[in-house]
Design a protein around this ligand. Structure first.
Ligand code: GAP
Length: 599
C-alpha cells in the first residue's frame, strides 16, 4: 500500500497533468479506456523534446548508430522467432466473485482465517451447486463476512437463497490465493499472452492473424541486413528506433507507468563476439572498475560494451534533469535474467509510488533495461527465416591466419561451445547441433559470424512520467500584494521543458508594449517554443508558466520603450523560473543567451 503522503503527492501530480494539459485519460468522454492515455499540448511538447533528445544523442551525434522506422504490424513469424508467441506471457488469476483479473506476481501475501465451502443447496428451488469456494477473512473478524461472500458466489451460480455446505475454517499465512480486495478465492494462475491480436486483410481467419508489436526491437533485427548494406556501417555499430508498442497488460497501473499502448526508444548495438575480438586484437578488454570506460576501443569485449551503454544511459538521464540519486542501477540476478541474456542492468527511477525498503527508502521502478543479449536474436531470425544473419569481417579474416594454432583451437572450441549452448536450447538434436556449431566455428575462421548485441531499451512514457514527478515541487512565493502563497512549480530541465520562454507585454492595453512584445516573440520563435501571454496581472501570468514548467519569462515594460531613459531602451526583464531572479537583458542578446541556456 502506498503511504498516505505518497498517494497524496501522486494525486496532486495526476491532477496537475490534467489541469495543465500534460496527460489526459484516453476516451475520457466515454468513461476512459484502461491502460490508454493521451498527451495534451504541454505533454505532446514534453514527449517530443525527450524523443528528440534521445534520437539526437543516440544517432545524430554519433558516427556508429543509424536510425530505423519500421511498421507496427509485422510478419507473425517474427514473433515466433523472437519467442513472443510462446513465452511472452504473464501469469494471471481471476477473482471467482468479481471476475477482476490480477497479475499473479502482484498479489501480496496475506494472513487470516480461510473459510472453505464444498457447495450449496437452494431449499426453495431444489437447485444445488457442487462448486467448492473459499474466502479469506482477517483474524478476529466474525465468519458472517465469509458466509456473505460465499452466498454471493452461489447466487451467481443460479441459487436464489443458498444454504452453504461443509463449512470449515483454518488459519493461513503468506497466501497469495485470495483477492486482497474482497477475500474471495482466486483461480489457479494461468499464462496470458500479452500481445494484442488483429487480422490483416478482410478475412478474420487464423491465417490472417497478426499482432501489434510488443516491442520495437524485433524490427531492427529483421532489417539488420538491409540496414547494414545501405549504411556503410560495420560491426560494432547500432540501429536505433523510436515507436509505439502495445501490450495487453493484465493490470495497467500507476497512471501511465504500465500502459497498454506506449512508446519505446530502443537501440540494438551490434558487436563482435569476444572470440573474434581476441583473434583480431589479442586479449579482450574487460571492465577494470565502475564508471564510464571512456571512448570505445577495438579490443572491447561484450562486458565493457555493456558497461559503456549503462553509463551512457545514466549520463543521458542526468543530462535531462534526473538527479543521479533519483536513479538506481539494478543488476539483475542470474535467476532473473532472460534465458538469452548474459547480463541486464535495469535503470530504476524512484517514483513516488515505488515500494520502500526496510529503511523506508524508495526502491525505484524500471525506466530502462540494458541487456547483453548475445547473438540470440539474430540467430533466431536466421533459423526462422532461413536467411543468413552473419556478417563478413575483413579484419577477422586477415587476422585469423596470424593467430597461433593453439589459440585458434582454443577460440574455435569456445565459439563452438557457445553456439552449441544456443542450438541445444532451441531444441536441436545433439548430433545436428554439434555439426552446426562446428560449421559456425569454421565460418569464424573465415571471417563470418552472427553479431552479438547490447540493447538499451527505454520507455518514453515512463520517462515522461519520471520527469513530471521529478519536476513537481511546491514552494512559497509572494502574490500580487506581497503576501506569501504556495506556488506549484514544474522544475523541468530547460532542455526538455515543453515551453522554453514565455513572452509578456506588461500591459495588454498599451499598443506599443504589445507591438514590442510581439516582435520579441517573433525574434525568438524560430529558435525555441514560445508562449505569448498578455492576459491578466503579470504575477498571475508568471504563476501559470511556473506550473507549466516554463524556465524563462521575458517581460516587455515601459523601460523597453525607453520611457525611463535611453540606456534601458530595447532591454527586457528576463525572469528565471527556479530562482525567480530577474535581470535586464538587451533584446538583441536574447536569442544567443537563451540558446546557451537550452543547449
Ligand atoms: N526489447 C526489450 C524490451 O522491450 P522491456 O523491459 O519489456 O524490454 C523496455 O521494455 C522498456 O519499455 C521498459 O523499461 C519500459 O520503460 C517500457 N515499457 C515496457 N512495458 C511497458 C508498459 N506496459 N507501459 C509503459 N512502458 C513500458
Amino acid at each position: 500500500m502506498a503511504e498516505p503522503k505518497t498517494a497524496e503527492l501522486m494525486e496532486k501530480i495526476v491532477s496537475l497533468c490534467k489541469r495543465r494539459g500534460l496527460i489526459f485519460q484516453s476516451s475520457e468522454i466515454y468513461g476512459g479506456l484502461n491502460g490508454f492515455w493521451d498527451y495534451g499540448p504541454l505533454g505532446a511538447e514534453l514527449k517530443r523534446n525527450l524523443k528528440d533528445r534521445w534520437w539526437r544523442s543516440m544517432t545524430q551525434w554519433r558516427d556508429d548508430v543509424v536510425g530505423l522506422e519500421a511498421s507496427i504490424i509485422m510478419h507473425p513469424r517474427i514473433w515466433e522467432a523472437s519467442g513472443h508467441t510462446s513465452t511472452f506471457s504473464d501469469l494471471m488469476v481471476d477473482c471467482l466473485l468479481t471476475k477482476k483479473r490480477f497479475r499473479a506476481d502482484q498479489i501480496e501475501p496475506q494472513n487470516g482465517i480461510a473459510y472453505f465451502y464444498t457447495g450449496a443447496t437452494d431449499g426453495g428451488t431444489g437447485k444445488e451447486s457442487k462448486d467448492s469456494f473459499s474466502v479469506l477473512v482477517p483474524r478476529g473478524k466474525p465468519p458472517e463476512s465469509a458466509r456473505k461472500a460465499a452466498k454471493q458466489f452461489y447466487t451467481q451460480r443460479g441459487l436464489e437463497n443458498p444454504d452453504l455446505l461443509g463449512e470449515r475454517s483454518e488459519p493461513v499465512e503468506n497466501t497469495t490465493k485470495y483477492n486482497p480486495e474482497n477475500g474471495s478465492l482466486l483461480t489457479e494462475p494461468r499464462p496470458f499472452n500479452l500481445m494484442l491480436k488483429t487480422y490483416v486483410g478482410p478475412v478474420e481467419s487464423e491465417d490472417n492473424k497478426s499482432y501489434l508489436r510488443p516491442e520495437t526491437a524485433q524490427a531492427i533485427f529483421a532489417q539488420f541486413k538491409n540496414v547494414l548494406e545501405v549504411s556503410r556501417q560495420k560491426v560494432p555499430f547500432g540501429i536505433a528506433q523510436i515507436g509505439k508498442a502495445f501490450r495487453n497488460e493484465i493490470n495497467p497501473r500507476n497512471f501511465t507507468f504500465r500502459s497498454r499502448e506506449f512508446e519505446q526508444m530502443e537501440l540494438e548495438f551490434f558487436i563482435r563476439p569476444d572470440e573474434a575480438i581476441e583473434a583480431i586484437c589479442g586479449p579482450v578488454a574487460r571492465p577494470s572498475g565502475s564508471g564510464h570506460p571512456g571512448e570505445p576501443q577495438p579490443n572491447w569485449g561484450w562486458q565493457i560494451w555493456h558497461q559503456y551503454w549503462v553509463e551512457e544511459r545514466l549520463r543521458f538521464y542526468e543530462n535531462i534533469g534526473l538527479p543521479r540519486n533519483s536513479l538506481v542501477e539494478y543488476w539483475q540476478k542470474p535467476d532473473e535474467l532472460a534465458h538469452y541474456a548474459r547480463a541486464t542492468v535495469d535503470v530504476l527511477y524512484k517514483f513516488p509510488f515505488s515500494k520502500r525498503d526496510e529503511k523506508g527508502e524508495l526502491t525505484g521502478e524500471e525506466l530502462e533495461g540494458i541487456a547483453a543479449r548475445s547473438d540470440f536474436d539474430l540467430s533466431q531470425h536466421q533459423r526462422f527465416s532461413g536467411k543468413p544473419m552473419t556478417v563478413f569481417d575483413e579484419e577477422l579474416k586477415a587476422a585469423w591466419p596470424k593467430v597461433s594454432p593453439e589459440k585458434q583451437t582454443e577460440l574455435r572450441e569456445r565459439y563452438t561451445q557457445a553456439r552449441l549452448n544456443y542450438l541445444t536450447r532451441t531444441g536441436e538434436a545433439p548430433e545436428r547441433a554439434q555439426k552446426l556449431a562446428q560449421a559456425d566455428a569454421d565460418a569464424v575462421s573465415k571471417g563470418y559470424y552472427v553479431p552479438h548485441v547490447i540493447e538499451p531499451s527505454a520507455g518514453v512514457d515512463r520517462l515522461a512520467l519520471a520527469l513530471i514527478c521529478n519536476a513537481y515541487s511546491e514552494d512559497q512565493a509572494p502574490d500580487e500584494k506581497g503576501k506569501m502563497e504556495t506556488r506549484v512549480v514544474m522544475r523541468f530541465h530547460p532542455r526538455i521543458a515543453p515551453i522554453k520562454v514565455a513572452v509578456f507585454p506588461l500591459l495588454k492595453n498599451k499598443p506599443e508594449l504589445v507591438k514590442k512584445a510581439q516582435e520579441v516573440r517573433d525574434l525568438l520563435r524560430p529558435h525555441m517554443t514560445i508562449f505569448y501571454d498578455e492576459a491578466g496581472a503579470i504575477g498571475r501570468r508568471y504563476r501559470r508558466q511556473d506550473e507549466a514548467g516554463t524556465p524563462f519569462g521575458v517581460t516587455i515594460d515601459f523601460e523597453t520603450l525607453g520611457e525611463q531613459g535611453p540606456e534601458l531602451k530595447d532591454t527586457v526583464t528576463l525572469r528565471e523560473r527556479d530562482t525567480m531572479k530577474q535581470e535586464r537583458v538587451k533584446i538583441n542578446d536574447l536569442p544567443a543567451l537563451l540558446l546557451e541556456k537550452l543547449r
